[in-house]
Design a protein around this ligand. Structure first.
Ligand code: KG4
Length: 337
């Protein structure tokens, strides 16, 4: 029976979770969204500073909710990457300090492995699995032939899909994080604007979002210059069809080519209602099971880090105290640190 304490601080959520043998005892998240909203996106320097202020408060609350003491913890886990370098450092320093003080193992966890295994709070994965990882910082398609085996078959060539949602929202005057208002307004709009699909005609599992973002910005500016009003719901719908359409196209082809048993969604953009319903519809037609994470699993939290740490604890994948963060850590290299 392992009691794991996990820390997540890769972006704008300071989070601590405690699990006993994979069962969640506490999952405390302090989000900085309100602060970053003023800037229309995450300000890295402010994020690091707020993590420093919040980490001990979140830690204390997690221990109280789980009703455990630090000396009872068997291992301290932490998100080592990918993410914002300064933000990651705060979580890492906290985890290292605790591991040193209580003489317990330190477990480095890959943030996206966390998002993928958040789905195991719903049910155990059955392999082969296609993981569609769509977040504010990453967009990739990962094939998993077995537990903790990751092969990236496609990734974004430029911006992440969530990042693109956030930028498009900003140009449309919508609040950060942009995915939520765009998702909502798209339901009221029609596909009235013509936005070209990136990488069309290429047989690839890669994605690309910077051209789509530029196309929306140019279209909005052109309409404004002509004195025409942008129909925001229509623009949201037109944009979302292309942005999510690209993900659906890759997911469908990959699921068939790799003959997967299950398709899972992971990351912040998996909260998108159009993506959630369409992936279920498409995979349903192909008789492939889809696992959709509950909403609380889509945003950043440490429960997902604890889930992966529990697996790594069993294989004794521990780091020593010289561990450093890696803002660009590749999921395939999760054993290398
Ligand atoms: O995974 P996440 O919390 O942060 C990273 O670790 O990157 O994802 C945040 C991203 C933001 O870009 C946000 O706009 C997007 O997820 N997002 C959505 C929705 N809810 C959040 N994107 C599309 N539709 C949504 N409903």
């Amino acid at each position: 029976m392992a009691l794991i304490l996990a820390i997540e601080s890769s972006c704008d959520e300071t989070a601590v979770a405690i699990t006993r043998d994979g069962e969640l005892l506490a999952n405390i998240v302090s989000t900085q969204i309100e602060v970053h909203r003023k800037y229309g996106g995450v300000m890295p320097e402010i994020a690091s500073r707020l993590h420093t202020e919040n980490i001990s408060v979140v830690l204390k609350e997690a221990l109280e909710v789980a009703n455990v003491k630090l000396e009872d913890i068997d291992a301290f886990a932490v998100t080592r990457g990918p993410g914002l370098i300064g933000a990651l450092h705060v979580g890492l320093q906290a985890a290292k300090t605790l591991a040193m003080l209580y003489k317990k193992p330190l477990i480095p966890v890959h943030h996206l492995a966390g998002h993928i295994y958040a789905n195991e709070y719903v049910e155990k994965l059955e392999y082969p699995v296609l993981a569609v990882v769509v977040s504010g910082g990453n967009s990739e398609l990962v094939i998993m032939e077995d537990d903790m085996e990751f092969k990236v078959i496609g990734e974004t060539r430029d911006d992440a899909v969530g990042e693109c949602y956030d930028k498009v929202a900003r140009v449309l005057g919508l609040p950060y994080p942009g995915g939520i208002p765009i998702d909502k307004l798209a339901k009221e709009g029609t596909h009235a604007y013509n936005l070209p699909t990136p990488l069309q005609g290429e047989h690839t599992y890669d994605l690309s979002y910077s051209g789509l973002k530029t196309n929306v910005i140019n279209l909005v500016h052109n309409l404004e210059q002509k004195g025409e009003k942008v129909n925001v719901p229509d623009m949201c719908k037109s944009f979302q069809d292309v942005a999510i359409g690209m993900v659906l196209d890759r997911a469908k082809r990959a699921a068939l080519e790799y003959q997967v048993k299950e398709v899972i969604l992971a990351g912040g953009v998996s909260a998108n209602s159009y993506l959630r319903s369409e992936i279920q519809r498409i995979m349903g037609e192909l008789n492939i099971k889809t696992i959709i994470p509950p909403m609380w699993c889509c945003t950043d939290q440490a429960a997902m880090i604890a889930k992966v740490a529990d697996k790594l604890y069993k294989t004794k994948l521990f780091a020593d105290l010289s561990l450093s963060v890696d803002p660009n850590w590749i999921i395939e290299d999760y054993k290398k640190f």
